[in-house]
Design a protein around this ligand. Structure first.
Ligand code: PMT
Length: 222
């Protein structure tokens, strides 16, 4: 499908997990596979947008007709986004970005000499919030993975981070959310909640891109 609202529009997405190194062979990460973000990148390209995908470590094949930049850590992802954000019309944060990273990453593999070890962590930059706070911010779409009170928590993030839309994932069970082919989402804007029940991430991505295009167009008409 093509969307006139998106033809030639520049859309940047983040996808996948981040990897916060503890030493050269160990790190802290999460179960994001990148599937949701890659499906959205593909759907946006199919709708006629110029897509830039900033991806954490995944095993997925890159979608066709998408410019991609591979990153490892949350700080790398933040830099890659900020370097290119000025040219973007729409930003979609799908990545499961680590909230914290180890203060120090050892240069050599840590040996198991001590009976206990403590890893001190420091907060990572919030990529989505930094993008939404730019003076000339693009249209911003966030994702939120929640296990309970999904809509309430997501609405809180929408307002706090000054987003245009937030896609709230229902991640309680094992059938939707992280690392599986299906997802279920409530798409929340300031004035409505659209429930999109369990379906493949590819089907959901196409539907979400239509909704995002629609809201983006309405905002620009104002
Ligand atoms: O990759 P898959 O296996 O397909 O799984 C998809 C998914 C479940 C990871 C995805 O659909 C999803 O929900 N991603 C967001 C995960 C999350 O928990 O986000 P959050 O609540 O920590 O963050 C909220 C928003 O802020 C997100 O848009 C996130 O990209 C962004 N964020 C968060 C922290 C940070 N330091 N920088 C950010 O940009």
């Amino acid at each position: 499908f093509t969307s006139t609202a998106l033809t030639g529009r520049r859309i940047m997405l983040t996808a996948g997990p981040t990897w916060e190194a503890i030493d050269p062979v160990r790190g802290i990460t999460n179960h994001s596979s990148g599937m949701m973000g890659y499906a959205l990148a593909q759907a946006a390209a199919e709708a006629g947008a110029q897509v830039t995908l900033i991806s954490g470590p995944t095993s997925l094949t890159k979608p066709e007709r998408v410019t991609s930049v591979d990153v490892v850590s949350a700080c790398d992802m933040h830099n890659a986004v900020m370097e290119r954000i000025a040219e973007q019309d729409i930003f979609i944060g799908v990545a499961a970005v680590a909230d914290y990273r180890p203060v120090d990453s050892a240069d050599q593999k840590i040996k198991k000499n001590a009976d206990e070890m403590t890893i001190t962590m420091v907060k990572n930059p919030d990529i989505l919030a930094d993008v939404a706070n730019l003076e000339h911010a693009p249209f911003c779409v966030g994702f939120a993975a929640e296990t309970h009170d999904v809509v309430d928590y997501a609405r809180g993030k929408l307002e706090r981070k000054k987003l245009d839309l937030i896609a709230a994932n229902h991640v309680g069970g094992s059938e939707t959310g992280f690392g599986v082919p299906d997802n279920a989402i409530s798409l929340i804007s300031r004035d409505r909640v659209l429930d999109l029940p369990k379906q493949s991430k590819h089907a959901l991505a196409r539907r979400l891109i239509i909704e995002i295009a629609d809201s983006y167009q309405k905002k620009n008409e104002k």
